[in-house]
Design a protein around this ligand. Structure first.
Ligand code: M6R
Length: 604
């Protein structure tokens, strides 16, 4: 939620900030702004809408000489997404950009108004600007003023700050929101994530909560919460500029679906040895011993991979698994046992709801495993045991390759916990290799049936996904993907449950996507499909090549390859992702940046 950038160096700050904001736009895109040091002091530009609008506006001014500034792309939390509420916000002394939420801003605002401060926006951020101004006036020391200010804030924040009396210098501080320092040669950056500066440097530092950072073109200083200078290890990013390039695809989403064979193979290679699961910490054998039950906690797509994981772990390892929406976890007054294993799944590793659940579990001193796509992210750092998913950066707001990799990790975990004989496990892992290296490629390149189905879906406002067993869970993800980027209302139902009420919504032509990736369910699924058909439903089935029982009763059939049933969720997931993609394309939606959303949800 919101992307922030600070730059100081020898290049045009305006250009760097626009470039960086484009890279951070996945975090929010309802308004944008920047403040730049110029020969006449700080100049601030803001626009409603996308970073492109800000770029157009910036081109009207000749600000290219500026070598230092801060920028912001917003996902509104307080106040409408208009120009007034766009960041940066500031005072006579400073300008700031903020990612996060200040929970006590109303109380602070009242106090500040009584002291004579005049507010122009509806944001919580403006409160920080006024507080910092007052503290700086009183203490005449920027580090002390920042430290004092953040002590008064409740909530989460990553801030990038410039003071009018100190050109070429940017300050930053964070709590529970991401902030990295990009360390270059004669230039330095502060940003919400590496993608903002990876085109300029792969070296970075990761400040901790409460630490204040000061960057100039040649120096990076980090101060602890007591204001003392502290040393931070320099880290190197494994990402490259190419990871964040569209590489000729029209949308990141399509590029990322096409990356699935590569990243799934990478996952298999990194988590198996000689066709047996072998996780990074295998010498710590006790971690996976004596598990009573498993709690999977996550949000959105990551939670759906957890549902597929539940199916696999229960089926193969016979360990009971519950899957919980992270934002509801704390309200369930969770009853956990010391033998429980808690698994947090997150692409970004920064999702506030998942992080809050993890912290609650940590307070209970239980075993925590996180499955996270972003190395060094907060969730990864605060979990006892981490499995990194090597999906690489995911830019499209709709998660695709990360889902597939999370699902594969959970399948491997199910085998790891299964206690089945090695031959059985090796057979399953070989089948995963074969799907990933062979049939998945055919699924993503041979899309004629998917496109025909998408043309039909695009004409409707309501539709359903039905399935049994694991397909029921895959349907939830297919449905979310479709809603998210096409804005068509859809619901996923256990196929046998539809007749208990929801079938009343089926009318002539209502599309129903029937998933039958496991032939064991084909008899019962055929009956459920017939029930829907006799009420006028239009059936789009997703089933294996040989499954004539289902094809016969379908209006359109999308076949998934005749692989080992164990591996089929990987090909079925790609089908559902492409179905959502082509439907949204048909409707001319903004696929990579769907309305109202942001990639990384760092507010609760
Ligand atoms: O970064 P996370 O995996 O923790 O994010 C969780 C959800 O916000 C995320 O999966 C969201 O549902 C996606 N936009 C779905 O495509």
């Amino acid at each position: 939620m919101c992307g922030i950038i600070g730059y100081t160096g020898d290049k045009s700050a305006q250009q760097i900030i626009i470039e960086s904001l484009h890279a951070l736009e996945y975090r929010g895109y309802d308004s944008a702004g920047m403040s730049l040091f110029t020969s006449e002091g700080i100049r601030t530009l803001k626009t409603q809408g996308r970073v492109d609008e800000l770029d157009k506006k910036a081109k009207e001014y000749d600000l290219n000489q500026s070598n230092c500034g801060i920028g912001h792309t917003r996902w509104a939390t307080h106040g409408k997404p208009n120009e007034t509420n766009a960041h940066p916000h500031g005072t006579q002394k400073l300008m700031i950009v903020h990612n996060g939420i200040i929970e006590n801003y109303k109380e602070l605002k009242k106090i500040l108004i009584k002291k004579g401060c005049v507010f122009v926006s509806d944001t919580d951020t403006e409160v920080i600007a006024h507080l910092l101004d007052m503290n700086y006036t009183a203490l005449n020391d920027k580090i002390k003023a920042i430290t004092q200010t953040v002590k008064m804030l409740k909530g989460s924040y990553a801030l990038s700050i410039i003071f009018r009396d100190e050109p070429n210098t940017v300050y930053g501080v964070k709590k529970d929101s991401p902030l990295l320092v990009g360390v270059g040669k004669g230039e330095n950056f502060l940003a919400s994530d590496i993608s903002a500066f990876i085109a300029h440097t792969e070296n970075y530092l990761r400040p901790e909560d409460g630490e204040t950072v000061k960057i100039t073109p040649y120096e990076v200083d980090v101060f602890n919460a007591q204001g003392k200078k502290t040393e931070k290890p320099l880290q190197k990013s494994a990402n490259t500029a190419e990871d964040t390039d569209k590489c000729g695809f029209n949308h990141y989403m399509l590029k990322e679906i096409f990356e699935e064979p590569k990243v799934l193979l990478k996952t298999l290679d990194s988590l198996t040895c000689n066709f047996l699961p072998c996780f990074n910490n295998e010498n710590d054998l006790t971690f996976f011993e004596d598990i009573g039950s498993i709690r999977i906690i996550a949000c959105g797509t990551a939670m759906h991979s957890g549902l597929v994981g539940k199916f696999y772990i229960e089926k193969y390892a016979r360990i009971p698994v519950t899957v919980e929406v992270a934002s509801e976890f704390r309200y369930s007054d969770p009853i956990l046992d010391e033998k429980d294993l808690v698994i947090i799944i997150s692409q970004s590793g920064e999702t506030a709801d998942s992080l809050a659940a993890l912290r609650l579990v940590n307070e209970m001193k239980l075993r925590t495993l996180s499955i996270v796509n972003t190395p060094g992210s907060t969730i990864a750092r605060e979990s006892e045991y981490v499995i990194h998913t090597p999906a690489g950066p995911e830019i499209a707001v709709a998660s695709t390759k990360a889902f597939s990799v999370q699902t594969l990790v959970l399948m491997l975990l199910a085998l790891r916990l299964s206690g089945q004989n090695n031959e059985f496990i090796k057979e399953r892992i070989k089948s995963l290799y074969s799907t990933v290296t062979d049939s998945l490629h055919n699924v993503i390149t041979d899309t004629a049936a998917i496109r025909s189905a998408a043309k039909i879906l695009a004409k409707h406002r309501n539709l359903f996904f039905i399935g049994r067993g694991c397909d029921n869970y895959l349907g939830t993800e297919g449905s979310l993907k479709l809603k998210e980027i096409s804005y068509i209302h859809s619901e996923a139902y256990a196929a046998g449950e539809l007749k208990h009420g929801t079938i009343s919504l089926i009318e002539n032509g209502t599309p129903v996507i029937a998933l039958v990736t496991d032939d064991a369910y084909s008899e019962k699924m055929r009956s459920n499909i017939e029930e829907v058909k006799s009420r006028g439903g239009y059936i789009i089935s997703v089933c294996a090549e040989s499954c004539n029982k289902i094809k016969d009763v379908s209006d359109i059939n999308i076949t998934v390859p005749e692989d080992d049933t164990f591996a089929r969720p990987l090909t079925a997931a790609a089908v559902l992702q492409l179905l959502a993609y082509y439907t949204a394309l048909e409707l001319g939606r903004d696929i990579d940046k769907p309305r109202n959303l942001a990639k990384s949800v760092t507010v609760e």
